[in-house]
Structure formats: C-alpha cells, structure tokens
Design a binder for this molecule. Structure first.
Ligand SMILES: [Zn+2]
Length: 259
C-alpha cells in the first residue's frame, strides 16, 4: 500500500517520525509520499525522505493558503527541489476559496506558476481544490496535457463534481473523510461512480483521522497506519474485492508517480 498524502513534518509528529513509520510499515503501508505545502515545508519533507530512501518520497509546492508568499525566489527554490529524484510531483497547489487565506488573485498566480513548473519539469501534479470547483476546472482546461498526470487530492465532493473531474481525465485521491458518518455521505455516494483505475488513497495524516475506527485511538492524531482501514471502507462502498482493490490502487499509484 502507498499513502499518497502524509504530512510527516507537522509538529504533531515531531520526534515520533520513526515510530509512525514503523507502525505504518507493520500495517502494510510500504511507501508514503510526503506533501509539501510551502517551500520550507517541501525542503523539510525532502530532507526527511532522504533519511528513508525507497520508503518516503516528497512533493514540492505551495498550498493556496500560502499563495501570497509566492515570489521569484519561491519558484527558484522549488526548481532546485524538482532536480532531486525523490521529489516526484509538483504540489500541493491549487485553489481554496473556502476561507481565502490568500487573495484569489494571488492564488491564481501561484497556481499558474506551479503548473508551468510541472510542464517544464515533466512532473505529475498533486492538486488541492476547496470551494473552487468551477474556477479550478477553468484553469486546468487551459492545460489539457497536464490533466493526464494530475491528481485531485482529498476529494470530498459530490457525484457531479467527481464526474466532471473524471470526464476531463483527472486522477482522484480519497482520504478518511469517507469514514465520517456525518460529513462523508455525498462522497460515499459519489464513489459508487468511481472507476478503480483512476483512484489513489491517502491519509492526509495527522489530519482527518477516520471517525469510525474501533477502538477509537486516544490521540486524535491520524497516522499512515490507518490507510488499510480507509482502503477497506472504500472497497466496500465500491463493492470491489479487497485484494483486487488494494492491488489496483497500488498499480495506479506506481504508474502515476513513476515509483
Ligand atoms: Zn490539500
């Protein structure tokens, strides 16, 4: 199993990285991709990945929340990161109009620059979209070649949004959001229309702990060791045999990220 979205450099994991990785490996999660959400965060993610070659990889990018900080120096430092073979994707990048921590104009600018970086470096892209579905699609439609190597991570939308992404050719990343009995209904319904060959799975740990874990862990911290739980939940929704499911999702991930 491969977790395509893990935030191992967050402070919740400080000093516990080794234990977290051991528990993940024991649970059958053999590889993990660390999400880079800022230049500094991406540099730290790569440094951590370097300590665990063949197990950890990193993406490098700037989250839309931080788009206001994106300048020429940011692009230069990201370019240096893409030269490293353990940095396997551009992102996370995209649009987030939920709270507009960065002005939409700054978000568009940072997003477009990172799409150009993905084009120049011939890398896949790890995308974030929240409350910006239509605008996000408008941007991506101008980059049709990139869509074939683009994954919309932590998809939480409904059937219409999923279908729109699939029709254009996106891959879809699904987290433990699907395990939330209160918030996950639309997503669970949408997943009945999800083709297995376009799906990847992620924990987004330490965030989004699956709400239906039994027994409930004392800490509220999500970990990559919970990826099998998330996968089993999705397999049941899609009515796919678990072994078939996990093999297909791993094959997709290796092909997509060239692992
Ligand atoms: Zn995200």
């Amino acid at each position: 199993m491969i977790d395509i979205g893990l935030n191992l450099t967050e402070q919740q994991f400080e000093g516990k990285e080794r234990d977290v990785l051991t528990r993940a490996l024991d649970a059958g999660v053999r590889q993990m991709i660390l999400t880079g959400g800022s230049v500094e965060g991406s540099e730290r993610a790569l440094a951590m990945a370097k300590k665990h070659a063949d197990v950890l990889y990193a993406t490098a990018g700037v989250h839309p929340h931080d788009a206001k900080t994106f300048d020429d120096n940011t692009a230069k430092r990201l370019r240096a990161l893409y030269a490293d073979p353990q940095v396997i994707a551009v992102g996370e990048c995209g649009l987030d109009f939920d709270r507009n921590y960065s002005d939409p104009q700054d978000q568009y600018r940072a997003f477009e620059t990172q799409l150009a970086l993905a084009e120049d470096n011939e890398l896949p892209i790890f995308l974030h979209e929240r409350a910006a579905h239509t605008e996000f699609i408008d941007v991506m439609k101008r980059h049709p070649k990139l869509i074939d190597r683009a994954v919309v991570h932590c998809f939480t939308g409904d059937k219409e949004q999923l279908t729109a992404y699939l029709d254009l050719g996106f891959h879809i990343g699904v987290t433990g959001w699907v395990c939330d009995p209160k918030r996950g209904n639309e997503l669970r319904e949408a997943l009945q229309y999800m083709p297995l060959e376009r799906l990847m799975i992620e924990t987004d740990a330490p965030y989004l702990i699956p709400k239906n874990l039994k027994p409930k862990p004392k800490s509220r911290t999500n970990e990559p060791m919970f990826l099998p739980h998330i996968g089993r939940e999705i397999a049941a929704i899609m009515n796919v045999d678990e072994a078939v499911f996990f093999e297909a999702v791993e094959t997709n991930t290796k092909r997509f990220f060239k692992l």
